[in-house]
Design a protein around this ligand. Structure first.
Ligand SMILES: Cc1ncc(COP(=O)(O)O)c(C=O)c1O
Length: 451
């Protein structure tokens, strides 16, 4: 059994009431009356305050947060430097719509993104407020620039829930069911491997990449390649199961896009901004995308998204696309400070702590019958649970139960795909916090395995 190597000193987790506690129960009642029931809540956590990786609920229970608000709070919750930047900006200017007026902070952040994103070309940025908006903008831009109608996306991909983004999403049926007709012209294909190999996530069965299948089957039968505007791809699939494809897949995909004049759009909403141990996940694969979408980790929790493309591609004119709130000055102030913190140590920390956690979980893998696979890059780590290591049958109930168990012990985790646990803590996670999380995770796993 995994034992924490160094004693956790941080004083959390510390659970002092049954969960949910009495105050949380009152809020949950209100929620069930007044708030839309459409979102997924893994467990009944009602948050009051947070700092770093510590999160306190309305009853005073303290949790260790290994979700970072779904991979958003890259610098931890309420980083003092980010708070300072936000406070300073709120005293100067809170809003003056970028849709109609110039805002110097937008130019500063766009220039920074142009410099740090892969490729030598000067890039321009469209600012929105959420991941889905970034994808929506990329979708429209791809059609506008190429004058082609079709788009290819992948099974298990998650790109958001607005109509355009949802049309690209191929992750769970509940996300799409009841919302048809979606945007026409979107075709889904298997991620990395061809149809025959897709389910085993192995290329060994027939040795075919999905790109070969796209070229030899799809482009010969139902989709004319000269009508495809873009291929949307997550460099590392997020909601779909934290799946890290082989480098060769991205290389093949990039080659395919060059051959047919198709735009390669990297959706880095979840994997970008340092989470994988590099500023952009596509850097692990040596790819220079035509368009990059960013959102989650960019401003430590403030709402902002960015769709980044070369000047040549971002050729739409005035009035074609805009957002009243997109590129809000306060969010940009938070983003500029976040990027500074990422560049000055946090990305390196994500790579170091990510490797540390990965090593410890890999060591657990053999000892636990429920662990079917461990994968990830940096602090984007997925632990897939199976009922049988050989057949890889998905342990869906067990995964859900595990998330509740760790919650009760004060460790916040999330799921992805139907049977994977995801670890996506903030980029300032310490070894002590990692040890605490791993200890609780393994205790809960053992309880589950004992039945
Ligand atoms: C890769 C990816 N793209 C897009 C989105 C949508 O982001 P949002 O929920 O901010 O609209 C997500 C959200 O999880 C994501 O992981």
């Amino acid at each position: 059994m995994y034992r924490r190597l160094s004693e956790a000193k941080q004083g959390y987790p510390n659970i002092i009431t049954p969960l949910p506690g009495p105050k949380a129960k009152l809020y949950l009642e209100k929620d069930s009356k007044f708030v839309s029931p459409s979102s997924t809540k893994e467990y009944p956590l009602v948050v009051k305050t947070a700092s770093g990786n510590m999160l306190e609920d309305v009853d005073g229970n303290k949790f260790l947060d290994f979700t970072a608000g779904v991979a958003v709070c890259s610098t931890g919750h309420c980083h003092p430097d980010v708070i300072e930047a936000i406070k300073h900006q709120t005293e100067l200017l809170i809003h003056m719509s970028g849709a109609d007026f110039y805002n110097p902070l937008q130019m500063e952040l766009a220039e920074k993104l142009s410099k740090i994103s892969p490729g030598n070309a000067t890039k321009r940025t469209f600012f929105g407020n959420s991941g889905a908006e970034a994808v929506e903008a990329a979708f429209k831009l791809a059609r506008y620039h190429t004058k082609r109608p079709m788009v290819i996306a992948f099974y298990n991909a998650f790109h958001g829930r607005t109509m355009g983004a949802l049309s690209l999403t191929g992750s769970k049926l509940t996300q799409r069911k009841g919302f048809f007709p979606l945007i026409p012209g979107v075709v889904h294909v298997p991620y990395a491997y061809c149809y025959r190999c897709h389910y085993g996530l192995t290329k060994e069965k027939c040795g075919m990449w999905c790109t070969e299948w796209i070229k030899e089957e799809l482009f010969q039968t139902v989709v004319p390649p000269e009508e495809v505007a873009a291929i949307f791809v997550e460099p590392v699939q997020g909601e779909g199961g934290y799946i890290v494809p082989p480098k060769e897949f991205h290389e093949q995909l990039y080659k395919l896009t060059r051959e047919f004049g198709i735009l390669y759009v990297a959706d880095e909403v979840q994997a970008g901004m340092g989470r994988t141990g590099k500023m952009f996940a596509c850097e692990h694969f040596g790819i220079v995308p035509d368009i990059i979408t960013l959102a989650k980790g960019i401003a430590s929790g403030m709402p902002i998204s960015a769709t980044v493309a070369s000047q040549k591609i971002m050729d739409w004119g005035p009035g074609t696309h805009a957002s009243t709130f997109g590129g809000n000055p306060v969010s940009i102030a938070a983003a500029l400070k976040t990027i500074e913190l990422l560049e000055n140590g946090l990305i390196a920390n994500a790579a170091r702590i990510g490797a540390y956690i990965m090593k410890q979980i890999k060591a657990m893998e053999k000892a636990h019958r429920l662990i079917g696979d461990v994968r990830g890059l940096g602090l984007m780590i997925g632990i897939e649970l199976v009922t049988d290591k050989k057949t890889k049958e998905r342990a869906v109930m067990e995964r859900n139960e595990l998330l509740h168990k760790t919650f009760k012990k004060g460790l916040l985790l999330l799921g992805c795909s139907r049977n994977t646990v995801r670890l996506c803590p903030s980029l300032l996670t310490t070894t002590e916090e990692a040890d605490t999380a791993l200890t609780i995770f393994e205790e809960c796993l053992e309880e589950l395995e004992k039945g």
